[in-house]
Design a protein around this ligand. Structure first.
Ligand SMILES: Nc1ncnc2c1ncn2[C@@H]1O[C@H](COP(=O)(O)OP(=O)(O)OP(=O)(O)O)[C@@H](O)[C@H]1O
Ligand SMILES: [Mg+2]
Length: 421
């Protein structure tokens, strides 16, 4: 095992998905993020994005970390872990504070965000993120980055993301059982979006739809900030189940047929195309029109996109999602997904592959790796935040760290979680 070069840090993203665990090791330095190693292991320990079997999940995490560690040649001790599932909720909140000096500093920012987090949440829930939508300095609103601005009163409008404490605890518990430390638990769609979006898209307004095995995660950016996040409890596994039932074939065969011949839009398939469907329980294979397969798949995919559209409309921000929709997650690899999404959502659609990293990128190029790569990017951004703080005078830094630890959901909440076990 080698130690990282001086001036660089190792950041590891750990995506606990319904179908697989992915560990991605990145080396972060002034030039950006270099992917050093990747470990992908199938996992059956989650249901619809939530840990349902600790032992199975722990086993997959161990294997994925071992593989990533061996490939990267570095020892992994800390990870940024993802969390997802229908228990995730988003609420709007405001925070306000007096600007301590003549201009806004990072300390003011941390204080105002801390204020925005001070809302009552149910005893069994916790705040995962406070995502700033805009800042207001005195009466000037719509500010993205108020640092250095003059004023006396700083206000922030945030999107608070809350999660069921037990679901977050189970993620932490699984990771810690592998002898690893959790730097932070991060909302998975936030990570996926960060990995696939350009800054322009975030600025102009965009919808990200991550269709995984168990869930479909929706995240909306408008006016440069995150304005909505929610989880639709259906994904690629539902499509496979439909195919297995509809064609009366074993699950493994249904998965294979879906991946090799599936199409989300039946009219893209020629009438004479045929596929062979293996039978269940010793029944002989049959040849059927490929169109039959897409007739089974299409309604489920339509249902997912229609629900996404309904949720976007419900926010009242459809018009502001001006750069359209970016599709990511493993299930979008199916032929016809972008075309079907474009029809139902009524906006331009593109495929989202992880960007903004170098190194062995060919191993993380698919949309199914967006979350793990996004977790590495998130971890890297936390390092640069910490570096900015380390340039502050010592006294000021102590003040920031005092207020920021719970606000960032770092050691504060992890200690609290441990105490709650
Ligand atoms: N080529 C393909 N065509 C169609 N579907 C595919 C293809 N490749 C992968 N999938 C589907 O993608 C899904 C897995 O995607 P992904 O790895 O993003 O999910 P996950 O992160 O494990 O789950 P989740 O995010 O829901 O917890 C599976 O349902 C799988 O069948
Ligand atoms: Mg996923």
């Amino acid at each position: 095992m080698r130690t990282p070069e001086s001036g660089s840090e190792i950041v590891v993203g750990l995506d606990l998905g319904t179908t697989k665990v992915s560990a991605v090791v990145g080396e972060v330095d002034a030039d950006g993020i270099t992917i050093l190693g990747v470990g992908n292991v199938p996992c059956r320990g989650l249901r619809k994005g939530v840990v349902s079997n600790i032992e199975w999940t722990v086993r997959s995490i161990r294997e994925a970390i071992d593989a990533a560690q061996t490939m990267a040649g570095v020892e992994i001790s800390t990870v940024y872990a993802g969390v997802a599932g229908s228990h995730i909720r988003a609420h709007s909140s405001d925070g306000v504070c007096a600007i301590a000096g003549r201009e806004v500093t990072r300390t003011d920012l941390d204080r105002v965000l801390e204020g925005a987090r001070a809302i009552p949440v149910d005893a069994d829930r916790m705040i995962l993120h406070a995502l700033p939508r805009e800042y207001v300095v005195d009466n000037q609103d719509g500010i993205r980055d108020p640092i250095g601005m003059s004023g006396v009163r700083l206000q922030v409008r945030v999107n608070l993301v809350t999660a069921a404490t037990s679901c977050v605890q189970n993620v932490v518990r699984c990771v810690e059982r592998c002898g690893l430390h959790v730097a932070e638990v991060v909302l998975e769609p936030l990570a996926s979006a960060d990995a696939v979006l350009s800054d322009d898209e975030k600025e102009i307004g965009v919808a990200v739809i991550d269709i995984g095995g168990g869930t479909t995660d929706l995240l909306l950016y408008a006016d440069g900030g995150i304005v909505h996040t929610s989880v639709i409890p259906a994904g690629g596994n539902n499509i496979t189940n439909d195919v297995a039932a509809g064609l009366r074939t074993p699950m493994a065969e249904a998965e294979r047929l879906k991946r090799n011949y599936g199409c989300a839009l039946g009219r893209m398939i020629a009438d004479d195309e045929e596929i062979e469907v293996p039978g269940v329980g010793g029944h002989a294979p049959r040849r059927v029109a490929r169109r039959l397969l897409s007739d089974i798949i299409e309604p489920r995919v339509e249902e997912i996109f229609a629900e996404a559209r309904r949720r976007i409309e419900e926010t009242g921000l459809l018009e502001q999602v001006s750069s359209g929709c970016v599709l990511t997650g493993g299930a979008v690899l199916m032929e016809g997904m972008a075309e079907c999404a474009e029809e139902i959502l009524g906006m331009p659609v593109r495929m989202g592959f992880p960007i903004g990293v170098k190194g062995i990128v060919q191993l993380v190029q698919g949309p199914q790796y967006a979350t793990a790569v996004g977790l590495v990017r998130y971890g890297a951004s936390q390092l640069s935040d910490a570096a900015q703080r380390s340039h502050l005078p010592q006294q000021m830094r102590a003040a920031v760290e005092d207020t920021a630890a719970p606000a960032q959901g770092k050691s504060g909440f992890l200690n609290w979680l441990r105490a709650a076990f």
